[in-house]
Structure formats: structure tokens, C-alpha cells
Design a protein around this ligand. Structure first.
Ligand code: TRP
Length: 370
């Protein structure tokens, strides 16, 4: 693959992503300064993920805000394909969704697609993906969502609710549409071919506009949903996209839940986190201390720095100091990693406690089929 090439699809991310190019390729809109100002006016403050361009692109965000200002509330929807335990990268859109929910006072739906991961992964049984769905749900609940305004959808459990909507959508997508978007071939199983209809269904679960915070790799599904919406008398879903979270081993590719060493799981104990970061986190530092002191490191490609920027250091001043010190050579790679390890373990200690408490709450969050 040429170095300037990259692939972003829901099932395959590869290469170093140029996000401006991706915006053009996908036909989305960059989040502009004006849009940030508009959000800040409505919410009172800007989440650091917006300030830092972690959420960088959107579709029709202005339209949902227009409706909101007229008193027509939107609801939120996002999801997760339960192919393994949750890793810290998954939490990015969920934490941001919680912020949106608090600021805009909305309902929230979280879809766990046990069917999708059964269809797309050779080595997983439906029992396993369903088990992971329940485990992943705990991480979601642990972020502070409340059962009064938040519902968790599990595809194989909630099919009775989803199917009538999915059927409306499915009738308006033909095989050449999905093939054009996903590159399916004759040996793709037909579960995959139908699947977009199921991921679309929660968009229309309430009769009001929806906003979907999501990893940009999921955009292709909703491009189809947006084409279908007017054909079934519905509004197009609005989207707000986050960048892909890099794997520990480095820029290019996203964190994959199926690669143990490339991933920090929310269930990892502190020693494991320490070992993974020290051993695997790609470093933007120089080969030896002397050279590092002289030339400085490169925070822009350093995965430990990127994790601080993306999730673990919300304080802009502290982050800037780390950036400057690392770049000047004052801070060594080992010191940078130590900061990250402490941040992750501090977060996980609390998260893991909340995650265990969530087990008793789970049933209150599960959507009941009507
Ligand atoms: N397909 C997504 C995944 O593999 C899961 C998902 C379902 C989702 N519905 C969603 C993601 C809505 C974002 C928004 O992770």
C-alpha cells in the first residue's frame, strides 16, 4: 500500500489516516470554528474533545441544533460491536455522548450488535458475542448514564422492536447500494448484507431528530440510512465523528479489541497496564537519552502523548506543558509513559468499581420490547 493511502471502513481500518482527505472522500463536513462557537453558546463550555478536534467532522449538526433552538429536542444514539472486552478507545464517543446528554437533556440509546460481530468474525459464536454485549454494557453504564433516560439495545434480545423498522429500511436498500458502500462480494454472508438495516433501526426508534456520536469508520452505514430516511418519511440522522484511536503499537490503524497487546482493556489490572504501555506504546522519542535531550521527542506521533490528548488529560495547560517538555527533550519517554500509566490506572480504579456496581443495575437499562 502506498504510504499516502489509507482504508477506513466499519470492518477494516488501515494506514495513516489523513482526516482532511477522509472528509472529502466521505463527503462529510469539517467542524468549523463557527460551529464550535455555536455549540459553546448552547452548552456553556466546550468539551475538550471538541476543542482538540477529537470530534472533527459531522453531518447535519447545524440542522439538529436549529431544531433544538426551536424547542424540538433530538435524541442520542450510539453503539458497539461486542467482539471482545471494552478497550479504552471505545470510551471516547461514549464519554462524549454523556456530555451531550447532560448538556442537551436528551434520551440516549446504546446498541450492542451481537449479531453483527457474529456475522463478521469467523472465530466468535453468537453466545460469545452476546456475552461480550453484556460485559460491554457494564462499561457503558459505569460512565454515569441513568436508566431513566438511557436504554441499551441488544440486537438478538430486542429484535422484536427493531425488526419492523429494519424492514422499512431494508426494502429501500438494494444489493448494489450496499456493495458500492462496503465492497461486498459473492461470498459475503447475507447477514452482513442485511446488517445495515439493523444498525439503522435505532435512528427511528423515537419520532424526533437523532444525533449520533460515532467513530468515523461507522459513517458508511449511516450514509445509507440517510439516503433511505426521506424515502420512508423520516428525517435524516445527524452525525458527529471522532478520529480513530491509535493502537499502542503506533499510528496507522485503530485499536483493535482482538489484539491483546495493542490494547488496554477496561478490565486490565494496574500491572498489566504498566507493562503494556512500557513495552508496546509507540514512542516518538530518540533512540538514546543523549540524543533525546539534544533533539527532543515528537509528541505528534507518540502514542502515550496521544492518549493523554484524546482522553486522559482534559486540562489544556497541563497537556501543553507535557507537549513542550517532550518536544524540547526536557521530558524523557519513560517519564511521559509514567504520567500516562498513572492517569490510566487512576481512571481504571474508579471505573472498575463502577463497572462492578453496574451489574446490579443492568436490567434497568435494557430496552423492553413493546
Ligand atoms: N457497528 C458498530 C461497531 O462495530 C456498532 C454500532 C451499532 C454503532 N450502532 C452504532 C456504532 C451506532 C456507532 C453508532 O462497533
Amino acid at each position: 500500500m502506498p504510504t499516502d493511502e489509507f482504508i477506513v471502513t466499519p470492518w477494516h481500518v488501515e494506514g495513516e489516516i489523513d482526516y482532511d482527505k477522509l472528509i472529502k472522500r466521505f463527503g462529510t463536513e469539517k467542524i468549523s470554528k463557527q460551529l464550535l462557537t455555536r455549540i459553546e453558546k448552547l452548552t456553556g463550555d466546550l468539551h475538550f474533545m471538541l476543542r482538540r478536534g477529537i470530534f472533527f467532522s459531522h453531518r447535519d449538526l447545524n440542522a439538529v441544533l436549529n431544531e433544538y433552538e426551536k424547542g424540538n429536542k433530538f435524541f442520542l444514539y450510539t453503539g458497539r460491536g461486542p467482539s471482545g472486552h471494552t478497550h479504552i478507545g471505545h470510551l471516547v464517543p461514549w464519554v462524549f455522548a454523556k456530555w451531550l446528554q447532560d448538556k442537551f437533556g436528551t434520551n440516549m440509546y446504546f446498541q450492542l450488535t451481537d449479531d453483527e460481530k457474529f456475522f463478521s468474525k469467523q472465530n466468535l459464536s453468537l453466545e460469545e458475542t452476546k456475552q461480550f454485549a453484556f460485559e460491554n454494557a457494564l462499561d457503558f453504564i459505569a460512565l454515569g448514564f441513568k436508566p431513566e433516560n438511557t436504554k441499551i439495545i441488544i440486537d438478538t434480545e430486542n429484535i422484536k422492536t427493531l425488526y419492523p423498522i429494519a424492514a422499512q429500511v431494508a426494502k429501500k436498500i438494494n444489493f448494489s447500494n450496499t456493495k458500492a458502500v462496503f465492497g461486498f462480494s459473492n461470498d459475503t454472508n447475507i447477514g452482513m448484507i442485511f446488517y445495515t438495516a439493523l444498525q439503522s433501526a435505532p435512528c427511528f426508534i423515537e419520532d424526533r431528530p437523532v444525533l449520533i456520536p460515532l467513530g468515523v469508520d461507522q459513517d458508511p452505514h449511516f450514509r445509507l440510512t440517510r439516503d433511505v430516511a426521506p424515502k420512508i418519511g423520516k428525517q435524516k440522522p445527524a452525525l458527529i465523528h471522532n478520529i480513530m484511536i491509535p493502537a499502542l503499537q503506533g499510528p496507522g490503524g485503530k485499536m483493535s479489541a482482538s489484539d491483546d497487546n495493542g490494547t488496554v482493556y477496561t478490565t486490565d489490572p494496574p500491572e498489566v497496564v504498566k507493562k503494556k504501555i512500557n513495552k508496546y506504546a509507540f514512542s516518538g522519542g530518540q533512540p538514546d537519552i543523549e540524543e533525546h535531550r539534544k533533539k527532543g521527542g515528537n509528541p505528534d506521533i507518540d502514542v502515550s502523548y496521544q492518549y493523554l490528548r484524546i482522553f486522559f488529560e482534559p486540562d489544556d495547560n497541563k497537556l501543553k506543558k507535557i507537549y513542550d517538555d517532550y518536544k524540547s527533550g526536557k521530558m524523557l519517554t519513560g517519564e511521559l509513559k509514567a504520567i500516562l500509566i498513572e492517569k490510566i490506572n487512576g481512571f481504571l480504579k474508579i471505573h472498575q468499581e463502577k463497572r462492578e456496581k453496574a451489574r446490579n443495575q443492568l436490567s434497568k437499562f435494557l430496552l423492553e420490547n413493546s
